[in-house]
Design a protein around this ligand. Structure first.
Ligand code: ZN
Length: 287
């Protein structure tokens, strides 16, 4: 295996040099594909306009940060009808246009942002040798989640971008146990907008927020709304508490009555235990 094997073959990248320090692995690469496709009209062109370099952060290696320095080219679009004359070549399997990080590092940052949020996520990225600011982690978390087919059973719940200040909505495919999307707020209108684009949802599990119920009714009236398990148990606990609150006087009366009529359960147990003890143990208990 060589350094080159760490990059997708279809990207056509060749490693030309590398440097290793105690903290950093720097890899120089260049592209080899003779042509590139215009991003506007899609026409292939072989006419190189100029060269430029781009530096990208990549996944860490052996407790070192990894930086890629890639020699890229600008091409001329030869389609006379195309509004774009010059364009930068793209490597869709490695990095996005104008990105400063590789796609695979971006995916890691997104997972950390989703799992831990800003500040705790930043501390983890430092330990993992991919230091990332909290703003970047939160931006990654808000990025469109991988597009998936419309779920049949959708879970809707709120989550904190910043606890006590800024809340959003998380949408989960409850059958595949995958996060589908993150909405920027908890408004009925925002959820309704998402559901209108995914009308095949059959069942929506939600908390007790009226905004979510309203958004679902508005955009997806045919779907069945169910309370999620946590709120179902909360409803049950509160219903039981209310029932006992209403019977408080009656319960007190029954307890007092039982005290008058016969010894309490605790007293009965104490008597039974005492009956099984020796005289010496009984005298110790009385002391
Ligand atoms: Zn073009």
């Amino acid at each position: 295996m060589t350094l080159q094997d760490f990059f997708p073959q279809e990207a056509g990248l060749v490693v030309t040099d590398f440097a290793l320090t105690p903290d950093l692995l720097a890899i120089a690469l260049k592209t080899t594909c003779p042509s590139s496709q215009c991003p506007d009209c899609g026409q292939l062109t072989y006419r190189i306009h100029s060269h430029y370099r781009r530096v990208l952060a990549d996944l860490p290696w052996q407790a070192r940060r990894v930086l890629l320095r890639i020699e890229l080219r600008k091409f001329r679009c030869m389609n006379a009808a195309c509004p774009r004359q010059i364009f930068c070549e793209r490597l869709p399997h490695v990095f996005a246009s104008h990105a400063r990080t590789t796609d695979r590092l971006k995916a890691l940052q997104k997972q950390i942002g989703l799992a831990l949020g800003g500040r705790p996520g930043t501390r983890l990225t430092e330990k993992l040798f991919v230091p990332t600011s909290k703003d970047t982690l939160l931006r990654r978390a808000k990025d469109k989640v991988d597009s998936l087919t419309t779920p049949r059973v959708l879970g809707v719940d709120d989550f904190a971008f910043r606890r006590g200040q800024n809340y959003g909505t998380i949408l989960v495919d409850l059958e595949k146990h995958r996060v589908l999307d993150l909405l920027p707020d908890r408004e009925a209108k925002t959820l309704a907008c998402w559901l209108k684009a995914h009308p095949q949802v059959e069942i929506v599990s939600r908390d007790r927020a009226t905004a979510y119920a309203q958004g679902i009714r508005e955009a997806c009236p045919q779907s069945i709304q169910v309370t999620d398990r946590w709120h179902l148990l909360k409803n049950l606990r509160e219903a039981i508490e209310r029932w006992f609150d209403g019977k408080r006087e009656k319960i007190r009366e029954l307890i007092q009555k039982s005290h008058c009529e016969k010894p309490s359960v605790i007293q009965e147990l104490t008597n039974q235990v005492a009956g099984g003890l020796s005289d010496r143990q009984k005298s110790r208990m009385e002391q």
